[in-house]
Design a protein around this ligand. Structure first.
Ligand code: CA
Length: 222
């Protein structure tokens, strides 16, 4: 796990860096706003500890700029006591959490662990292949930024296929898992639903991701 610390107080930055390294994280440090923003963009850290008051651009502005380009990296904002009244502004800017200086390092480490755990939980809820994303908890599907509306069965079929990327799934496996053991209907149902899915997933001439393996079944691959 890689953490970026953006903090202009050199001593504090070094202290946080050492503690995080001791916990086994890989750490990058930036001492002003602009280099903080460029490091965040270039090295894609798993989490950012971001001081609010920075030379150049502020922590809040960095946060806003990252969010405006769709970057969802967790951000813990550090604020001085007299800035507490502004903390709503920090959360509005897209920060996930904030800490008031001076803070205990143990608490910061606990919040780092919690924030990283939240992202990991969200990630296991999202199945992704190429530019196709399926969110199991919100039941949303996206191709790039295009949202795709699926029926319940289409969603279940796509979820099963996406959970096994590059693995050929036989028609029997698909029938069993998506329609159930006792399915007595027409076994062409799979072909019908794959056709529906392809129509929706390729509505803007995107590349085909659900491939037919003749005589066997289907596979998700480019
Ligand atoms: Ca500062």
């Amino acid at each position: 796990m890689r953490i970026l610390v953006v903090e202009d107080e050199a001593k504090l930055a070094q202290f946080i860096e050492l503690e995080l390294k001791y916990e086994g994280y890989e750490v990058m440090v930036a001492n002003d706003g602009l280099s903080g923003l460029s490091t965040a963009r270039e090295s894609q850290p798993d989490l950012i500890i971001l001081d609010w008051m920075l030379p150049g651009i502020s922590g809040v502005e960095i946060c806003q700029r990252l969010r405006s380009t769709g970057d969802k990296v967790p951000v813990i904002l550090l604020t001085a006591k007299d800035e507490v009244g502004d903390r709503v502004k920090g959360l509005d800017a897209g920060a996930d959490d904030y800490m008031i200086k001076p803070f205990s390092i143990e608490e910061l480490l606990a919040r780092v662990r919690a924030a990283l755990r939240r992202t990991q939980e969200q990630e296991t809820n999202v199945l992704q292949f190429s530019d196709l994303k399926l969110n199991r908890s919100s039941r949303e599907v996206f191709r790039g930024t295009r949202r795709i509306e699926l029926t319940a069965k289409e969603f279940d079929l796509l979820e099963y296929l996406l959970a096994h990327p590059r693995q050929v799934l036989t028609r029997d496996q698909i029938l069993e898992r998506v329609w159930g053991y006792d399915f007595m209907g027409d076994s062409n149902i799979i072909e019908v639903y794959v056709r529906y899915l392809r129509l929706k997933l390729e509505a803007e001439n995107e590349t085909r991701l659900i491939q037919t393996v003749r005589g066997v079944g289907y596979v998700v691959r480019e």
